[in-house]
Design a protein around this ligand. Sequence first.
Ligand SMILES: [Zn+2]
Length: 182
Amino acid sequence: MAEELERFDAEGLRTIDDSVAMAEDLVCNHYKMSAAQWLRLRYDIRTLADLAGDEIVHGPFAQVIRYEGKPRGTQLGSATYDFYKICLQDHAILDALRAFPELALGSFSLYVIAHELIHIVRFCRFLQHFNASADERMAEEARVHARTRQILGRLALPGAEAVLDFYDRWMEPMDRLPESPL
Ligand SMILES: [Zn+2]
């Protein structure tokens, strides 16, 4: 049950807010998108407190769920749009921070959020289908990790090196968990 899982505290949530702003900037700049283009990506980033039961997973640090949206007040049958919800899994992130004390929430969550935003940019540009085969999803996962590493690697950000190290050493087996959605 969601209530039993550990959540970010107030300070953690402020750190997440900072990471969201920074990740949006970095990914937007990397893909040379204008502010208007970026606004056309429809997504939301939520932490555990705002997740429904079926949005919570065990293992992955985040998952992206695609919903179908419909502009308010429109007629039946009118155009729908894709809406993505990045569901941060507080409990999994906090577990990782405990198990790997060299990781800091700021740089670690920056990686996780930038990674998920890259997925969304690629879905929206049709570089990747949401319902791809398992093999294709694994290949895409590797591409998105490589891109995330490229973006974060350029930053002189305290803690970024530890995060990249962590992904080098540990993430491949963890990503192979069958419950890892993306
Ligand atoms: Zn991914």
